[in-house]
Design a protein around this ligand. Sequence first.
Ligand SMILES: *Cc1c(COP(=O)(O)O)cnc(C)c1O
Length: 419
Amino acid sequence: MTVFEDLESQVRSYCRNWPVVFDTAKGSRLTDVDGNSYLDFFGGAGALNYGHNPDELKPALIDYLTRDGITHGLDMYTVAKGEFLTAFEDIILRPRNLDYKVQFPGPTGANAVEAALKLARKITGNEAMINFTNAFHGMTLGALSVTGNSMKRGGAGIPLVHSTPMPFDNYFEGKFPDFLWFEKVLDDSGSSLNDPAAVIVETVQGEGGLNPARVEWLQGLRELCTRKGILMIVDDVQMGCGRTGPFFSFEAAGIQPDIVTISKSISGYGLPMALVLIKPELDQWGAGEHNGTFRGNNPAFVTATKTLQTWWTDDAFEKQTIRKGEKIEEAFNAIVSETSPTVECFQKGRGMARGIQFQQDGLAEEVAAKAFEQHRLLLETAGPQDQVLKLLPPLTTSDDELDEGLAIIAESVRTVTGS
Ligand SMILES: *Cc1c(COP(=O)(O)O)cnc(C)c1O
């Protein structure tokens, strides 16, 4: 471990919670240098929806490398890019009656968000953005300016401007009608709100603590944006690619965002890749106006294409995710009813993005630490005070592995809360 402590920056984070050296990984398990096996309910923070090194994708990647397929290609036309675009159109967009142009930004979620914000500003000529309380959109300056977490914002070192926070769904626990404040300040010429270019929203806030927006709330937001001429950006970097069940997390609400950001699990293999989906009439970029050296990660295009062909040609995968999500929900409800007489907590989330929120600070982190130290289960925490125990297992995690991990969580909660 000393090599990391000696040589790597203090900025390192996840490795502090799991201070072992990992070497190999397969499916929902990692193995460390001493041969210990770990169950992975962290799932690369949502980048490993199909598990580690999936057998369904690996041969396509190896074949591509073996035949010297283009690895780096900026935004050159390549066979791998063409095949991805065709598969994305045929398997994802057309069957859902969605019409989007595909932009390849730099291969991270933050870069997709930066591109989306820039484009919305260019189209509308407005600089103001609307974001939501407890949002997370990435660590670069534009993305941070629409992110809630005060510690992360503090890292910017300069004022983060041109964005106005609005209450996310259930921020006031149902005490006020949806969008009461948002609509009031939009309509009031004395409110001091600048005309917004866009709203940027997650359908389920991942880093913010597994907060799901209700379908009616998302529909209300879509309707409000349309009525007021504000663009709607859905940041599906974490909740897209099937995490909540359907390929896009907004499908459940039957809405069509103007711009969508996708990254994390789009390559299927944990390789860096990102997309910005743009309504055709909004594709007003000039050539090269948003550029980047690593926009053409061709091995990622190869595994992404294979991912769509393997899991997304029918609705079986969506259904299994919803079913497994319900299984997690049931197990979490059992934990909550066992625990809440001693310690207040409740379950939240959607699909296979689930959490248990503890009212008392520090408990979720203790449970995650216990699960790792005593049972070799990887779990992270989320929310502004890390008060939510966060479960993001690969969607391909077997029922047996789910049972195993859920039993570990129940045991760890019991140990920590003494219930
Ligand atoms: C992870 C995440 C991002 C940032 O993606 P990076 O690849 O870490 O830059 C943006 N938005 C959401 C919703 C995310 O979960």
